[in-house]
Design a protein around this ligand. Structure first.
Ligand code: FNR
Length: 191
């Protein structure tokens, strides 16, 4: 059966290139992965004082992450770091202490930017948070997608033919294999 993937997009923008890349990965890996983009824009800013009585939006978000076999992050870079809305979602999922929904979830991090560095700074900052959160993060292929802009997609939001599409195709295949490897190892260890 297909693995369930929660996709977190680090941009709230309607025409987000990162959301379009996320949708492409969903389409390319649809035989192996059942992907759903989980919204983060509705999550109030995390406040530790509210751990015992959290905002209503937190429960649904945490449940969707907890139910996923793997997590795919597709994010822009804001000022050389992780956009605040995405960091907030990571923090919301990580608490209350000892109840992190990120724990042990296989993940991949994709960053796309019109700039040449491809969101490297945000990508690695997020990777560091994932390492701390005990998430096995796919190492290769790396996904700093540079020079991505509206011209990279056709009118339907699909990637045009070319090296970017080839890289995203290989990413989708590698991520499906990565999630499968981790999920199946966990099952073996549990037997
Ligand atoms: C940016 N952008 C940007 N790009 C980049 O490569 N490195 C950076 O540090 C930043 N910083 C930055 C800060 C803020 C506040 C904004 C709004 C934008 C440009 C960014 O990559 C571009 O707007 C992308 O199109 C955003 O991704 P989405 O929304 O298209 O997915």
């Amino acid at each position: 059966s297909r693995h369930k993937i929660a996709i977190i997009v680090g941009s709230l923008r309607k025409e987000s290139i990162n959301r379009k890349v996320a949708r492409s990965i969903c389409a390319f890996a649809s035989d192996k992965l059942d992907c759903e983009i989980v919204g983060i824009g509705q999550l109030p800013l995390y406040n530790q004082d509210q751990d015992a009585d959290p905002p209503a939006e937190y429960a649904a978000f945490r449940e969707k992450i907890a139910a996923a076999d793997g997590i795919l992050f597709c994010t822009p870079e804001y000022n050389r770091g992780v956009p605040g809305v995405l960091k907030n979602a990571v923090d919301v999922g990580s608490r209350p202490y000892g109840q992190s929904v990120w724990d042990r979830k296989p993940a991949a991090i994709v960053s796309a930017s019109p700039g040449g560095i491809g969101g490297f700074g945000a990508n690695h900052q997020l990777r560091q948070a994932c390492v701390f959160l005990n998430m096995p993060v796919m190492q290769q292929p790396e996904a700093y997608l540079g020079r991505v802009n509206e011209d990279s997609f056709d009118a339907d939001g699909c990637l045009k033919e070319g090296p970017l599409k080839d890289l995203v195709l290989s990413l989708a295949a590698a991520f499906a294999d990565w999630v499968d490897l981790i999920v199946r190892s966990r099952r073996l260890l549990a037997e």
